[in-house]
Design a binder for this molecule. Structure first.
Ligand SMILES: Cc1cc2nc3c(=O)[nH]c(=O)nc-3n(C[C@H](O)[C@H](O)[C@H](O)COP(=O)(O)OP(=O)(O)OC[C@H]3O[C@@H](n4cnc5c(N)ncnc54)[C@H](O)[C@@H]3O)c2cc1C
Length: 291
């Protein structure tokens, strides 16, 4: 299956979706049907998240393998290192080889709330840059490595400049591309890319786009992940938050405008946070592809 670093070199712009493993058997069955419909939209790749706290971890790899074998669509496994030892990560990569997984989003993950503990130190990994270095050292060019970027700055980073420096350390360790956290102010993305270029970071930075479908849920999510909700979004969506149909329609129009501006400004593609649903990403993609 094609590695994403080659795809990013050959073809622009690229469009991708992100899904997450379902928590129940019924949810998993529904996800499999959603994946069929998402693959029918011919995405360049699909990624699947990984639970830093446990639970659905093996499901991530099953889903990635399923997308590739069933639909011949390249897929990427997210992988968090916060609770893993180096030995466990090496075992996971042996499993990847068996499953034909060669694209990984290397993350630290947030401190787990559940039963697993943070490892770190010599036995584990302190930051995602340590995981990237480990993968590159042991698995060389057999894997394409993506990392997370934060146009609004990571919640815990002391400053925008420090955040950019940490991103540079991930790329210096061997990352091939960046996928960003959701954001709504395109200028923040363009400023972020400029800050990185200034530091000599030139790998593709793919913007992550979340279509707004539920304003209340968005506010709660952004509080947790540190993404900023600009006043323009508050003014547009807060007054109509009780009307979900209206919110979805406005969310589509907002995302289409955001994607068109990003692509016109040189973004290498769009990574849609599909939230295990075909709509509204199908409608947004139809309007931004081939523009
Ligand atoms: C596209 C995308 C996909 C994601 N997918 C998942 C997923 O599947 N599962 C999941 O659990 N989470 C996921 N996350 C969330 C992510 O795990 C959290 O945002 C986490 O808090 C940071 O992960 P990271 O890989 O950026 O960590 P790191 O790069 O390790 O950064 C963590 C913090 O440490 C700081 N830092 C980095 N290097 C240093 C250093 N050398 N010295 C001091 N400070 C440093 C950073 O600024 C940041 O504040 C995703 C995020 C994004 C943007």
């Amino acid at each position: 299956m094609k590695q994403l670093k080659d795809l990013l070199q050959d073809q622009k712009p690229i469009f991708s979706f992100e899904v997450f493993p379902a928590k129940t058997p019924e949810g998993h069955t529904k996800l499999l049907s959603t994946l069929k419909d998402l693959c029918a939209l011919n995405p360049d790749f699909i990624s699947c998240t990984y639970g830093a706290g446990g639970g659905s971890r093996d499901r991530t790899f099953e889903i990635v393998e399923h997308i590739q074998s069933q639909y011949q669509v390249p897929a990427m496994a997210h992988l968090t290192c916060i609770s893993h030892t180096r030995v466990e990560i090496a075992d996971i990569f042996a499993d990847f080889k068996r499953r034909g997984i060669s694209n990984v989003l290397a993350l630290r993950g947030d401190p787990p709330k559940e039963d697993r503990v943070e490892v770190g130190g010599a036995e584990g990994f302190d930051y995602s840059s340590d995981l990237v270095a480990f993968i590159r050292q042991h698995f060389k060019d057999s894997v394409s490595i993506g990392v997370a970027g934060f146009p609004d700055k990571h919640l815990l980073a002391p400053s925008f400049d420090a955040d950019a420096q940490f991103l540079k350390s991930k790329v210096d360790a061997g990352a091939d591309f960046v996928i960003t956290q959701l954001f709504f102010d395109n200028q923040k993305y363009f400023d972020y890319v400029d800050r990185l270029k200034h530091l000599g970071v030139t790998v593709p930075v793919i913007p992550g786009i979340l279509p707004i479908t539920n304003y209340g849920a968005l506010v709660r999510f952004c509080e947790r992940c540190g993404a900023d909700i600009p006043q323009q979004v508050v003014d547009l969506f807060e007054p109509i938050q009780e009307d979900l149909d209206k919110t979805v329609e406005l969310g589509i129009a907002f995302a289409v405008k955001q994607c068109r501006e990003l692509l016109a400004g040189g973004a290498p593609g769009i990574h849609f946070y599909a939230l295990n649903k075909v709509s509204p990403v199908d409608r947004i993609l139809a309007q931004v592809r081939n523009q």
